[in-house]
Design a protein. Structure first.
Length: 81
């Protein structure tokens, strides 16, 4: 499951979602990311960092930091880290 300190993102204009595990972050990056930002380098880096954390070759906190950067770039980060 690989938990980390939750990150709040905007799911819809007035709907916030808490992302609290590497699994959730990976799922969000792959299936829920805003279409206009699918090719952002920050999203690609976050996806790679999350997959590395899931397979044990990367760190959970690195995945969290990369997810925050990608969410900032996509303008869906609901709270400052």
């Amino acid at each position: 499951m690989r938990p980390f300190t939750p990150i709040a993102v905007w799911e819809a204009p007035s709907v916030r979602r808490a992302i609290a595990t590497v699994d959730e972050a990976s799922n969000w990056l792959i299936y829920r990311w805003p279409e206009a930002h699918l090719n952002d380098p920050a999203r690609q880096a976050a996806t790679a960092a999350c997959l590395a954390a899931l397979d044990g070759s990367g760190e959970v906190e690195a995945a969290r930091a990369a997810f925050i950067s990608a969410a900032q770039a996509a303008r869906i980060l609901a709270d400052a880290p």
